[in-house]
Design a protein around this ligand. Sequence first.
Ligand code: FAD
Ligand code: EPU
Length: 339
Amino acid sequence: MLNIAENINLKGYNTFGIEAFCTYFTEVNSIADFQELITHPVFINNERLIIGGGSNILFTKNFNGIVLKNNLKGKEIIFEDNDTVVVKIGAGESWHGFVLWCIEKGFCGVENLSLIPGCVGASPMQNIGAYGVEIKEIFEELEAYDINTGSKKVFKKEECKFGYRESVFKHEFKNQYLIGSVSFKLKKHADVNVSYGAITSELQTAGITNPGIKDVSDAVIRIRQSKLPDPAVTGNAGSFFKNPEVSAEKYNQLKVDFPDLVAYPLANGNYKLAAGWLIEQAGLKGYQHHGAAVHNKQALVLVNMGQAKGGDVMELSAYVLQKVFDKFGVKLEREVNII
Ligand code: FAD
Ligand code: EPU
């Protein structure tokens, strides 16, 4: 049953824990709810914002419109042969809950993405990635609903134009579709990816030589817990900036002045720089601005020290951008969705 509430505090709906009010708020528990909602005058006449777990959003002001929290559930196996399985997951399912379900069933492919907060429906938005894997590698298709007409559209991988923290849903189709479910193609045997340095060392420390999917998941969880702040304790939205890409020429220049520069070569000849390293070297690790701070264990993450306003976090991010630019001549780009 559709219920539209008014003047709701979104503090509990964003992992930054920032106080911001929305004029209207509704939760969608079924496609029928959604179809009813889009005919409602409040929905038709207001700005809309879809949220899942609110773990990649910064509210800098109240939202003058309707917030739609997606609660569409369901986990279904839609295809299976000897080696592979295709699973269709409701957008409102917890991402990490889905990962644990795969591990329990012996489905391989998502274990490196353990413990990423938020919901399955947001995973294609920025092609979530961690520890050497991005969802584009296992993505099969998604079902989305036009938020004006309600009509259903299936997006295949090529149509999503996935890139590093990028997809069509952040650009040409921004705010146009409700993602209802996402399908992933997984392997039924362990074919783990332990290429990321931190995983290799974590497994070595644990004395594991022939890791299975649960070993990899556990290693990723331990690494993440050692440096990323738990949003239940300290408000944050993960990496606040993207790791910037620079030309080989720029990389070579920087390497002369900063021999310890952390960078990864890309297939196109460019280099990706570790933004956390740049921010730390700019002297900003632990730097505080009003209620916001640069996390003291991972400088790429900005945190709410308790009473931060969205504006504090934005001002801090502008300061970080400026300092990194002054020192390295590299322009960082925000990764978090700013409202
Ligand atoms: P929200 O924050 O609710 O929404 C994000 C965006 O997606 C918004 O623009 C929203 O409008 C849109 N959206 C959400 N659901 C839908 C839908 N059903 N249909 C249409 N649009 C929708 N990300 C990584 O990629 N890798 C990481 O390793 C990682 N680590 C993190 C660690 C921490 C501690 C935190 C707090 C965040 C981290 N993140 C990471 C970021 C975040 O968890 C992901 O981006 C996640 O996918 C966001 O999911 P969500 O449901 O919270 O999305
Ligand atoms: N580093 C520093 N100082 C710091 C932080 C990092 O020197 O304060 C150095 C590290 O020593 C390491 C390198 O930077 O050599 C990379 O650090 P890390 O492995 O922690 O990864 P990251 O590049 O900072 C990215 C993603 C994370 C993802 C991890 C693991 C982006 C923007 N961030 O962080 O994603 O979990 O890799 O794959 O690409 C997110 O998107 O919210 C997120 C947390």
